[in-house]
Design a protein around this ligand. Structure first.
Ligand SMILES: NC(=O)c1ccc[n+]([C@@H]2O[C@H](COP(=O)([O-])OP(=O)(O)OC[C@H]3O[C@@H](n4cnc5c(N)ncnc54)[C@H](OP(=O)(O)O)[C@@H]3O)[C@@H](O)[C@H]2O)c1
Length: 270
């Protein structure tokens, strides 16, 4: 067998010899799989990948053969994610999004993978307390992780975002204009509304670099965050379901949307 000959020529050379034909079919299959892998496999950075929605998103992307740079503060949980993934590739990079030197490590990891096709800014913190009792430090903490974490990361990763790449920022119905609001989420709602504003402006700024930016304002998903904020509440969506949706959205959503804030919720947002 000479794998570098054109397919038709190789087929006629192999004709008549069953062993040769089987080998030929096997080589073709490997070549096709390699081509599929090279063309289709993407590199996506997912923040907040140690649990909840981020964990499931990273797992789904890896399952589909993609490379995931998975980050959060907990190294142990990121390693558990990497062990759980049976295909694709998970590269765990522990980082705190409030620490600039940690962000630098994420940029290095992205550069080592020859850049990113997608970035999912999913990490987040919640705080539920009556507005009059909420300290300004709590507001600042939520802004620091939920908003400035995204700002720091995008500023550091911009050179690694390829033409045609897609940034997905995770907001919440708590920050979505006109949606039903819940008492106690003033700091969270304000931070998530800021993520929406930031996303819209970035999509305008990055369009000349052919980088799309969309924002998802999601409704309740059954995660530890939800349980912390609303103990006993039963959400209609599981983290696996939202992870599947996000994994697909980061790869395909920018074919249909740019600069959009999409409510991903089963309840009526108005
Ligand atoms: N669940 C819901 O009902 C719901 C609804 C609306 C919007 N959302 C949004 O969806 C996203 C995911 O939510 P989730 O429910 O999956 O939350 P989660 O289970 O609490 O996970 C949050 C993730 O963020 C990471 N994180 C927190 N602080 C960080 C920091 N300083 N640096 C780096 N990573 C940090 C956590 O990892 P470490 O602790 O290991 O760092 C964790 O992996 C969040 O942005 C959330 O606001 C969720």
């Amino acid at each position: 067998m000479r794998p570098n000959l054109p397919l038709k020529k190789r087929f006629f050379q192999a004709e008549g010899n069953l062993n040769e034909l089987f080998t030929f079919a096997f080589v073709c299959r490997i070549e096709l799989e390699l081509q599929h892998y090279i063309i289709m496999s993407k590199t996506i950075l997912v923040t907040g990948a140690s649990r909840g929605i981020g964990f499931q998103t990273a797992l789904k992307l890896a399952e589909n053969g993609h490379t995931v740079i998975a980050t959060a503060r907990s190294e142990k949980k990121l390693n558990a994610l990497s062990e759980q993934a049976e295909s694709g590739s998970i590269i765990p990079v522990p980082a705190d999004l409030t620490i600039l030197s940690d962000i630098g490590r994420l940029a290095e990891a992205a550069e080592a993978e020859n850049g990113l096709d997608g970035l999912i800014n999913n990490a987040g913190l919640v705080h539920r307390e009556a507005f009059m009792e909420t300290d300004i430090e709590d507001f600042q903490k939520l802004m620091d992780v939920n908003v400035y974490g995204i700002v720091r990361l995008i500023q550091a990763l911009k050179p690694q975002l390829k033409k045609g790449s897609h940034i997905v920022n995770m907001s919440s119905m708590s920050g979505y204009l006109g949606s039903l609001k819940f008492p106690g989420l003033s700091a969270y709602g304000a931070a998530k509304a800021a993520v929406i504003g930031l996303s819209e402006v970035l999509s305008a700024e990055f369009s000349e670099d052919e980088i799309s930016v969309n924002c998802l304002a999601i409704g309740a998903v059954q995660t530890e965050m939800l349980e912390e904020a609303f103990p006993g509440f039963e959400a209609p969506v599981s983290p696996q379901q939202m992870g599947d949706y996000l994994a697909n959205f980061v790869l395909t959503g920018h074919q249909f949307y740019n600069g959009k804030v999409l409510p991903v919720a089963l309840n009526d947002p108005s």
